[in-house]
Design a protein around this ligand. Structure first.
Ligand code: FAD
Ligand code: NAD
Length: 475
């Protein structure tokens, strides 16, 4: 039995908890997977490193529309893959080595672990660990549908698909969420024939309805998008390809593909931690239950010295949220008399597909319910990229900014952007929401560079027709 001041389960966002506050104290970092967790190894970072070259390839193909004829000579998948993972694997290994070998007060256990009581753990090889404080940052993992044939080696999840040896000629993606949207774009831009099978009638259904509707329409132009469709079975053909049977509105369809990507959501890793042995509460979807300070709950009450953060417990499976929660827990671990709460009021997210999407705050449906319940009027504006000078330059016909605000106060309730660099355009709107800047002041209280694409945000704010008086001088 080895005792620590702090034990951290998970080296993703959990790794950032080892601040100078812990110098001279005994810390255990426990991770049975690849050091650095999901975002670094199989998530945000490698996907975006594929998305960027995909954008280059797509821009070349799109050039003819603007009078630039530049044929795409080819995409070197292996070179792209190796460049990405040479860089990432070195970062992961460097982080592992630093924790395992260079920090004297830190012990790294490269094993999976489970609870035996609220403050004691046992590793897969039977090593017993106890700690005064434990942080569960064990993340989530992909979940596969129970379709016959899902165990074929040609079936991948986001954990493995980025490392395949060859760019597949034909891909089936199952699911209509974030991962389907991003990988659909990457594969299609690289020249793969992409079929996306979605159970419901639209992609990205968790997002604002206008975004979901318009993105689905754009996706249908780029991929063989099969809506209201289930995958009935997958079978290996003699040539190593996969025979797929789908059921949809047109009846049964059959097709052959070279690779299948299951992008059907992620489940928290709580079930592998035996949290029942520690008496911790879980939510209906399996997440570990925490309070606003990140304290793990047991029968609704915080367990002293046990914390959780990130995908294993959060309402959001997003890295910037896991990072924020890690900062909150990091503070709370060493300031028991001055606990901080996580701020989940305005959590933004972006989907790095084509078109790109970014959103923050309420969807239209949520804003309608919210304003109705509070008896206030809702203001809504949809501003097309194509209505601004930069939109003309791009000959853009799909991008838009949608804003939702309280009519009288001009307080922004939600912002949704689809189009070129949506993830960057949204940042001033996130800032306005977080710092309470009203729409009219935001629109007229500052200069907007002409003719930058940000003018579409300025015009969307002006189009809101809120009735409030701007709080600062008009420019
Ligand atoms: C393909 C993909 C793309 C993504 N893109 C984005 C993006 O662009 N932007 C964004 O904000 N988010 C993105 N995400 C989500 C983001 O990666 C996660 O929200 C984030 O990484 C979660 O961090 P975490 O610290 O909670 O968990 P993780 O980083 O998953 O860390 C958990 C660690 O715990 C270890 N572990 C689990 N169980 C045990 C156990 N019992 N014992 C010991 N160790 C254990 C695991 O091995 C893992 O290393 C993406 C996710 C995926 C899959
Ligand atoms: N850019 C980003 O921030 C980013 C990118 C990728 C992933 N992520 C995070 O990772 C999470 C997981 O991504 P994801 O795309 O796997 O999940 P998701 O929840 O976004 O989408 C899952 C999709 O699979 C469908 N589905 C679920 N079970 C199914 C089944 N049995 N058969 C057919 N379809 C099924 C759902 O209806 C949905 O369309 C995301 O929710 C997101 O939080 C974020």
């Amino acid at each position: 039995m080895t005792h620590f001041d702090l034990a951290i389960i998970g080296s993703g966002s959990g790794n950032s908890l080892i601040t100078p506050d812990w110098d001279g104290k005994r810390v255990a970092v426990i991770d049975g997977g690849t050091f650095g967790g999901t975002c670094l190894n199989v998530g945000c970072i490698p996907t975006k490193m594929f998305v960027y070259p995909a954008q280059l390839a797509a821009a070349v193909s799109d050039g003819a529309r603007l009078g630039v004829d530049a044929p795409l000579a080819g995409v070197r998948w292996r070179d792209i893959r190796d460049r990405i993972f040479t860089r990432i694997d070195a970062i992961s290994e460097g982080g592992r080595r630093y924790r395992a070998e260079e920090l004297e007060n830190v012990t790294l256990y490269s094993e999976y672990v489970r609870f035996t009581s609220p403050h004691s753990l046992v590793t897969a090889t039977g090593e017993k660990i106890t700690a005064d404080q434990i942080v569960v940052a064990a993340g989530s993992r992909p979940v596969l549908p129970d379709t016959p044939g899902m165990d074929l080696p040609q079936v991948h999840t986001s954990d493995t698909v980025m490392r395949v040896d060859e760019l597949p000629r034909r891909v089936l993606i199952i699911g209509g969420g974030y991962i389907a949207a991003e990988f659909g774009f990457v594969f299609a831009a690289f020249g793969t024939e992409v079929t996306v099978a979605v159970r419901s009638g639209a992609m990205l259904r968790s997002l604002d309805e206008t975004v979901s509707e318009r993105f689905t329409a754009e996706a249908a132009k780029q991929w063989n998008l099969q809506l209201n469709t289930t995958v009935d079975s997958l079978k290996e053909n003699a040539d190593g390809s996969v025979h797929v049977v789908l059921s949809g509105p047109a009846g049964t369809q059959e097709l052959d593909v070279d690779l299948v990507l299951a992008a059907t959501g992620r489940v928290p890793n709580t079930d592998r931690l035996d949290v029942a042995a520690a008496g911790f509460d879980t939510r209906e979807d399996g997440r570990l239950a925490v309070d606003g300070y990140g304290r793990v709950l047991s029968s609704g009450a915080p367990v002293p010295g046990v914390w959780a953060l990130g995908d294993v417990s959060s309402d959001y499976q997003l890295k910037h949220v896991a990072n924020h929660e890690a900062r909150v827990v990091s503070h709370n671990l060493v300031h028991p008399d001055d606990l901080r709460k996580a701020d989940h009021r305005f959590v933004p997210a972006a989907v790095f597909s084509s078109p790109q999407i970014a959103s923050v705050g309420m969807t239209e449906e949520e804003a309608c319910t919210d304003t109705e319940a509070r008896g206030v009027e809702l203001a809504l504006a949809v501003q097309e990229y194509g209505s601004t000078a930069y939109g003309w330059a791009m000959e853009d016909s799909t991008g838009f900014v949608k804003l939702l605000a309280e009519k009288e106060s001009g307080r922004l309730l939600g912002a949704h952007i689809m189009g070129h660099e949506a993830s960057m355009l949204i940042q001033p709107l996130i800032q306005a929401m977080e710092f309470g800047l009203d729409a009219a002041t935001m629109a007229r209280g500052q200069y907007w560079i002409h003719p930058a694409l940000t003018e579409v945000v300025e015009n969307a704010l002006l189009s809101l027709k809120t009735t409030e008086k701007p709080g600062r001088n008009r420019l």
